[in-house]
Design a protein around this ligand. Sequence first.
Ligand code: F6R
Length: 240
Amino acid sequence: MKIIIDSRENIAKKAALRYVELLSKKPDAILGYATGSTPLDLYGELVKLNKEGKISFKDVTTFNLDEYVGLDGSHDQSYRYFMNTNLFSKVDIDVSKTNVPSGLDTSAETAAAYDKAIEAAGGIDIQLLGIGNNGHIGFNEPGTPFGSSTHMVELTESTREANKRFFASIDDVPTHAVTMGIKTVMNAKSIIIIALGKAKAEIVKKTIYGDVTPDVPASVLQLHPDVEFYIDEEAAELIK
Ligand code: F6R
């Protein structure tokens, strides 16, 4: 695991360069995207580079990590809406080649089809991840088996609490989500994970230096051959 400690601004710039590099070699790359606060600066940087003509998403296919159960893509807190608003509508991407798990069809068949579609596309070249305060990646909460593929999960109270800032009240935060599994994530050829802010300091330390255990889902990344972990100064407080 390669660890890069830098300012938020530089993290967005450096991570964006990984995409420039990949897409210059492989314009039809398969990208795994994440939502939440963490990737926003990176998405801003990708939009800027696209406007400057330094990167094109014209031929890429994307797969997002997760979606809230019960929200359709027009709901302003759905992850489909997030991606459309923060990235897809602002770059030269073909939206028909962007995939977000369905929050409405939670059947096991549809979940399995998501993994199959990733495989059929040739596998994810770069999977982007944030990290939950409890170590979740995607919405794989503590205790999720490392061998899991895309599936429906019940969100923990701590995750619902952390995400209530986007909703009118905690009662409006969905109780379930559909997420790529840990195996799905680990199958990606490269992984970029970003942690920003003081609240992530403890989990960053556990993820990098703690035991590899389903109790800390992100710790599984210690076993992946190509991970870049971008950490801002605050989130790196306990590992410096
Ligand atoms: C989002 C996702 C989650 C978030 C995590 C951190 O698609 O899968 O794992 O990355 O909850 O969220 P933020 O970035 O809002 O701190």
